[in-house]
Design a protein around this ligand. Structure first.
Ligand code: FPP
Length: 272
């Protein structure tokens, strides 16, 4: 069942202060599968890389739009464990784009209070890329306005396996393994579970993103292609989120006091 969405005026293109949702209607954590770069480029008779390049600008717009609205965590899927299957020139183009993006936008994001973290398997990427990630993380470490996690060479299954390996290496006994214990070894252990899971580009799939963490996320799919995403699209997604009744396995009548961003961990006893 849905509640009536909170009516928000459309954000003003002049950049005037965005309309605000009540704090308990804003998702604390938004996760995004940024899909549609290739199609966006193809529509313009341009190479796919052009779409990825525009995708970086869309990402910066989206981070700032989320920060303006009080979202505390934003996690985006930039390169999946499976993306190595793409043509080698696209893979190397994406790797190079990260370096360009860091040198072009890191100072701006750092100045705007964004803390950047990278989640994923760093073993397979080049030293240069690892150094760029490290630099991005180190130079934004003290920022608190919004936490941007860039999933790169990441897969939900990879994450669960690496967490199990870490837990076993730490000597965790089977009887001590529970959801909270496993969660503490996952790549996003510092973040609450995502409340809102957005996918752009119209496909209705999770694609191995945040398999564990998205257990109770509200799903939102839009036909908007990622390079077109930004202020208005975030506005629409958050407005839609405000209409969702989140039950975490309970029933409507017992939920009066559960805020929209309350997570599964806090409400585990309510689950089926
Ligand atoms: C999916 O679109 C997009 C990707 C695999 C790459 C996402 C990367 C960016 C948005 C660049 C920004 C990230 C960083 C950190 C540099 P697709 O190529 O599958 O599009 P299609 O479905 O239209 O073919």
């Amino acid at each position: 069942m849905r509640r009536a969405p909170v009516k928000l005026p459309t954000p003003h293109p002049s950049g005037a202060k965005p309309p605000q949702l009540a704090k308990d209607q804003v998702p604390r954590h938004v996760a995004i599968v940024m899909d549609g770069n290739g199609r966006w480029a193809r529509k313009r008779y341009m190479p796919r890389f052009f779409g990825h390049k525009q995708g970086v600008d869309a990402l910066v717009r989206t981070v700032l739009a989320c920060a303006d609205r009080g979202v505390e965590y934003l996690t985006v899927f930039a390169f999946s464990s499976e993306n190595w299957k793409r043509p080698s020139e696209e893979v190397s183009g994406l790797m190079g784009l990260v370096l360009v993006a860091v040198s072009k936008y890191l100072a701006k994001l750092a100045g705007d209070g964004v803390r950047v973290r990278i989640v994923g398997d760093r073993a397979q990427v080049s030293d240069k890329l690892r150094e760029a990630w490290q630099h991005a993380e180190d130079s934004t470490r003290h920022n608190t306005r919004i936490n941007l996690s860039v999933a790169f060479n990441y897969g939900g299954r990879w994450d669960i396996v690496q967490a199990c390996r870490q837990a076993m290496a730490a000597g965790l006994r089977a009887e001590d393994l529970d959801e909270a214990a496993l969660n503490s070894y996952l790549a996003l252990s510092y973040a609450p579970d995502p409340d809102l899971f957005i996918r752009t580009g119209g496909e209705v799939r999770i694609s191995n993103f945040l398999l564990w963490q998205a257990a109770y996320a509200e799903l939102y799919v839009t036909d908007t292609l990622w390079p077109d995403f930004g202020e208005t699209a975030i506005h629409d997604a958050l407005s839609d989120f405000s209409s969702r009744e989140r039950k975490f396995g309970a029933i409507s009548e017992s939920l009066e006091r559960v805020p929209a961003h309350a997570g599964i961990v806090q409400h585990a006893t309510r689950a089926e």
